[in-house]
Write a protein that binds this ligand. Structure first.
Ligand code: SAH
Length: 261
């Protein structure tokens, strides 16, 4: 689906924004960039802002008119920073991403265009009227105009999220494999039992727990620790604390430091 979305930048003034848009696209897995009559391109600023997305720039198509940029597209979505002046089907970026997904679901070969306007003037009404849908990023109305490359980032991010969700791919970093070395392996039942015995023993030694009147203290503590799903390495820390607590209670630390009681 993502490869069917082309990003069309109309009449861009700052080549840095073209590079920024290319980078945003590559980050989100989009490849097809079309530049309609860019003011300065190719340009060093575009390459430096692309920072690794040079392939997107190299493969970018430069055309003279919006007409050419939209050739072969079944769905055209135009972005606008301003309030609508003409009544038109309006989408937010998330809805726009769903529209892209539905288009792709209905026809895997359908080409989709996301059209972005000039830094200073956006898209003209004539250009906006070429789009079936308008997309507005619901920014603060007092300051609603985003940087061009940032707007590309928002739209392409939503497209990626829609795609990841549809294909049931994770949106979180994969959890680090449970390895003892990284301390993420869960504690075993036996080591937890040893920990609870150690805890109980220590609490008795420091007079916090009276074996004659236990008041369900151990059950309560088990509930607390049970909630936190202790890792092996965490049980080791707690056992270490208990051992030192026992030593302190027995006056061993004081002796070790050579201090006088
Ligand atoms: N002064 C211009 C601002 C254009 S910002 C105007 O009033 O229209 C440059 C481009 O970034 C816009 O044409 C649009 O493609 C995109 N953009 C910026 N802010 C946006 C927003 N809030 N919603 C949708 N697109 C936005």
């Amino acid at each position: 689906m993502l490869e069917k979305i082309r990003v069309v930048l109309v009449n861009t003034s700052h080549p840095g924004n073209i590079g920024g848009a290319a980078r945003a696209m590559k980050n989100m897995g989009l490849k097809s960039l079309v530049l309609v009559d860019p003011k300065k391109y190719p340009h060093q600023d575009a390459s430096s802002r692309a920072a690794g997305a040079d392939d997107i720039l190299e493969n970018a198509q430069v055309v003279a008119t919006l007409e050419e940029a939209l050739a072969g597209c079944s769905v055209v979505l135009g972005t606008s920073a301003r309030d609508r002046r003409i009544p038109w089907p309006l989408l937010d970026p998330r809805e726009a991403a769903d529209r892209c997904l539905h288009t792709w679901q209905a026809d895997h070969t359908a080409e989709i265009a996301l059209v972005f306007g000039r830094e200073y003037a956006g898209l003209t009404n004539a250009e906006l009227q070429r789009c079936q849908y308008h997309i507005h990023i619901p920014a603060d109305p007092e300051f609603s105009s985003l940087n061009l490359a940032t707007a590309v980032q928002v739209l392409t991010y939503e497209a990626r999220m829609a795609w990841l969700k549809y294909t049931e791919q994770p949106t979180h970093m994969p959890e680090i494999e449970a390895t003892g070395m990284l301390g993420t392996a869960p504690a075993t039942h036996e080591s937890l039992e040893l920990f609870y015995q150690h805890l109980q023993q220590t609490l008795i030694e420091i007079d916090f727990l009276d074996p004659a009147k236990p008041r369900h203290l151990m059950a309560r503590l088990r509930r607390i620790f049970g909630r936190s799903q202790l890792k092996k390495s965490e049980v080791n820390i707690l056992r270490g604390i208990l051992t030192e607590t026992q030593k302190a209670a027995r006056g061993e630390i004081i002796q070790r430091r050579g201090e006088h009681v």
